[in-house]
Design a protein around this ligand. Structure first.
Ligand SMILES: Cc1cc2nc3c(=O)[nH]c(=O)nc-3n(C[C@H](O)[C@H](O)[C@H](O)COP(=O)(O)OP(=O)(O)OC[C@H]3O[C@@H](n4cnc5c(N)ncnc54)[C@H](O)[C@@H]3O)c2cc1C
Length: 402
């Protein structure tokens, strides 16, 4: 802000004194169609608890962590108090609740910080979700309670340095059974939480039947290069009891991905909401030509398009939650939500950045953070193209996968 004022100071001195922004403008609200009204009182209380935590504890510090490329470990004790570990999972000490509630919570978290929602998404959705969906009763009893309490943190290793979108048929990490032990060899790339987590879900190709299988690997399994979450496994020995008993092919991996893609659609919508609210507040306060820039028609056009994108995404993800509650949510439904909401988020955060002018590329003004973080949401958990291939197969009945 100070830099911008200094740069325009000579012009400002010659022009008429800038007027103050009109008072009593509406506070930015990105829930235009009042989606929160669909929650019951208990669910709403959970969402409000998460919002209060994100606004009071995360918002003030997160930009510094973002700039420093660091994780806010200091916040973990307070996260434990939120009672959201294992939302939408039932039993095993999990928080329970509906999948809609999980979505709302992830949207709230991403509204302040998409990185924090990614941490949650990896731990709850991918790591706990793999055990909840594909684990044996014994594995659930052992791992889910401490993970729900955030005492054990998990990661999910599917992607490899040379295999991303083609993971279903092309994993190069191998699993070889020797009696009651499996020997894992290979590398995993981009693995969120990997540098410091306690338990890794590793997906590898069984040399015997060529199927993708999941393994629960405890603690440091090999050379985990801190920071970038690159995992290298050389003859890592895992007992048969730690193989996900229900994870016998990539179809079982896909069951986990369906749920996490569902959640990424909510996170992308939250990311767009955060960017929109930052842009709207800025537009109400930033004075140019003696008026708030929010009073200019072309700026209002951007804001209207942003809230339209957000509202369309919110309605779509709500219907997605209803489909799940009705037992009808398919891979294609989740793929459509992930593709649409991340694409609309991308459009929205770019408009938010534009509303902030030069300040849109400065970390202190929030929009830049949402703008950059959206790119990861757009590509992880399956790229836009991969989601569209899943949708294309569902609507045509013809697979374009190789
Ligand atoms: C921040 C971040 C966090 C992540 N966290 C995790 C994690 O915790 N665990 C994990 O396992 N992975 C994780 N990933 C990996 C992520 O899921 C992959 O990056 C993603 O699946 C894409 O794989 P890739 O990067 O290898 O791209 P590629 O597969 O090489 O794709 C490159 C481009 O080619 C396109 N493309 C590829 N194949 C086709 C095709 N058949 N038709 C049309 N277009 C095609 C893609 O859409 C994309 O645009 C993370 C990634 C990021 C960026």
């Amino acid at each position: 802000m100070a830099t911008a004022t200094a740069a325009t100071a000579p012009m400002a001195a010659a022009a008429a004194p800038a007027k103050k922004a009109p008072k009593d403008l509406p506070a930015p609200n990105s829930d235009f169609y009042e989606l929160a009204e669909t929650l019951d009182a208990e669910e709403l209380a959970t969402v409000k608890r998460v919002r209060a935590f994100m606004e009071a504890r995360v918002a003030p510090v997160v930009t510094k962590y973002w700039v420093d490329d660091a994780f806010p470990f200091e916040l973990l004790p307070a996260v434990k108090e939120l009672r959201i570990g294992g939302l939408a999972m039932h039993g095993y000490g999990c928080a329970g609740g509906s999948l809609a509630l999980l979505g709302f919570v992830q949207m709230e978290i991403a509204r302040i910080d998409p990185s924090f929602s990614t941490f949650m998404g990896v731990h709850i959705g991918l790591a706990m979700g793999s055990i909840y969906i594909d684990g044996s009763e014994e594995q659930k009893q052992k791992w889910l309670p401490p993970m729900a309490r955030f005492e054990k943190i998990g990661c999910f290793g599917l992607t490899e340095p040379l295999v991303g979108s083609g993971a279903s048929g092309g994993l190069t990490t191998t699993a070889k059974r020797e009696g009651d032990t499996w020997i894992l060899n290979g590398e995993k790339r981009w693995i969120g939480n990997a540098p410091w987590c306690d338990v890794s879900i590793i997906w590898a190709r069984d040399l015997a039947d060529n199927q993708v299988k999941g393994f629960i690997v405890e603690n440091k399994i090999a050379l985990k290069v801190v920071q970038n979450g690159h995992i290298t496994m050389k003859d890592v020995r895992v007992p048969e009891a730690s193989r996900l008993q229900g994870g016998n092919s990539f179809r079982d991996t896909a069951k986990v991905l369906r749920m996490t893609r569902y959640a990424v659609a909510w996170m992308a919508t939250g990311c767009a909401m955060g960017a929109y609210e930052a842009a709207l507040k800025y537009a109400q306060e930033r004075m140019q030509f003696g008026k708030p820039i929010g009073s200019f028609q072309l700026v209002q056009d951007l804001l209207a398009k942003m809230i339209a994108n957000i509202t369309a995404s919110q309605c779509l993800i709500m219907r997605q939650a209803q489909l799940h509650a009705e037992g009808k949510l398919t891979d294609a439904h989740a793929a459509l939500a992930k593709a649409f909401c991340t694409a609309k988020c991308r459009e929205t955060v770019a408009w938010a950045r534009e509303v902030l002018g030069g300040n849109g590329i400065v970390a202190d003004f929030k929009a830049a953070r949402f703008f950059a973080d959206c790119e990861a949401l757009y590509s992880y958990e399956g790229t836009y193209q991969m989601q569209n291939l899943i949708i294309g197969k569902a609507v045509t009945g013809l697979s374009a996968f190789l």
